[in-house]
Ligand binder design. Structure first.
Ligand SMILES: Cc1cc2nc3c(=O)[nH]c(=O)nc-3n(C[C@H](O)[C@H](O)[C@H](O)COP(=O)(O)O)c2cc1C
Length: 358
């Protein structure tokens, strides 16, 4: 399919962000696609077989296009000394909480197996985060009829993704909820505000851009459309919809007003979440060690979910989380965004004409 082909099929220029770790469900993806946007399956942290099953579940619920998102494996560059210190720290905290920890091991999150699922299942779009797939992978997917999008957080990443053959770029501003999609987790990389980033990326590529980060209403989506995006990708706005798999403790934190910040405390990779006890105690000590730290804290986070305890859980959220809808169907969010986008674009009036010249 030609670049931009899937975006051309959307009635509403809204993409539901893939949200690995629970919030993404087949029901959410299908509901957004049915409402005229583009739903996404999140393949991260899942087995390849589970991803194939989710794709089948979306297809059973809608014939509309949808996407699948996969994490590009991060190189195993963790500093062993720093990691060992953090493992000790988290183990002590978990012991006090009466919960287990996992082994702080590297994994490629079943990369090859998931690529095979994409080629076999042929979703309309495959999007990637944490890096750019090699050109031959992009080519293989293209031959299978799958449009490839790459998440970028700096103009340099956009240039690399364009050179590798990407068909679209998810331009992720620092306002975004959850992990930075940066190609590298070095401090300061990819910490640019969405509007600035979007304007800089339009200078280096003519690829279709999907703007993402901190968007909570149609006026914000209209702003990024005016600024050069073809669509907007929203995650946090769908976190408290009825179809989402977001844990109850996370949903209740979304109704509070605490600030968000970037932290490596839960996963070893910078991610934006609502500040809670675990983040505040451990954030300053967490090394850049993904996915090791993610595997380390996974059982602890599972225990917190079961106890309905928001203080030990990764409460991923974008900077605009206090403005989201609560406990509504995802279609209601898409419909509201569509109305607001229309209203925001319609109220633009020419500024160039001198007063009284109309
Ligand atoms: C809970 C949560 C999980 C996320 N998981 C993923 C993921 O698996 N893959 C990905 O590419 N982006 C993921 N993101 C980031 C989104 O793609 C998107 O950039 C972000 O949600 C945009 O900011 P917003 O949350 O303010 O709308 C996630 C976001 C949230 C809130």
């Amino acid at each position: 399919m030609a670049a931009g082909g899937v975006l051309d099929q959307l009635r509403v220029p809204v993409v539901q962000a893939p949200m690995a770790g629970g919030p993404s469900t087949p029901a959410l993806a299908a509901a957004v696609s049915e409402a005229g946007g583009l739903g996404f399956v999140a393949a991260g942290y899942r087995t390849a077989a589970a991803v194939a099953a989710e794709i089948a579940a979306v297809r059973a619920a809608t014939s509309r296009p949808f996407g699948v998102n996969v994490f590009v494996p991060s190189p195993d560059g963790a500093d062993r000394g720093l990691l060992a210190g953090y493992v000790e720290r988290v183990r002590r905290e978990a012991a006090g909480y009466g919960a287990p920890t996992g082994e702080a091991a590297w994994s490629d999150d079943a990369w090859e197996e998931k690529l095979a699922v994409l080629v076999a299942e042929r979703p309309a779009v495959a999007s990637f985060a944490f890096g750019c797939p090699p050109p031959e992978v992009i080519e293989r997917l293209g031959e299978a009829g799958v449009e490839v999008w790459v998440t970028v957080t700096e103009p340099q990443e956009a240039e690399r993704a364009a050179a590798a053959g990407a068909g679209g770029l998810v331009v992720q501003g620092v306002e975004a909820g959850a992990h930075r999609g940066t190609f590298s987790d070095a401090d300061g990389v990819g910490e640019v505000g969405l509007l600035t980033l979007l304007r800089l990326v339009t200078r280096v590529t003519a690829l279709p851009l999907i703007a993402s980060g901190g968007l909570c209403d149609g006026a914000g989506v209209a702003a990024v459309l005016v600024a050069g995006a073809r669509a907007a990708q929203l995650g946090t706005a769908f976190l408290d919809t009825v179809e989402a798999g977001t844990p109850a403790a996370h949903r209740s934190a979304l109704r509070g007003g605490r600030r968000t910040m970037l932290t490596r405390a839960f996963s070893g990779r910078r991610a934006r979440g609502i500040v809670n006890g675990f983040l505040a105690r451990n954030g300053a000590f967490a090394p850049s060690a993904y996915p090791h730290v993610n595997a380390l804290t996974a059982p602890l986070r599972a225990a917190a979910r079961e106890r309905n305890d928001p203080e030990m859980l990764n409460l991923w959220a974008g900077q605009a989380y206090t403005a989201i809808d609560h406990d509504v169907p995802a279609a209601t969010v898409v419909e509201r965004l569509a109305r607001e986008i229309d209203a925001a674009l319609a109220r633009r009036e020419p500024l160039s004409a001198p007063p009284g010249s109309a």
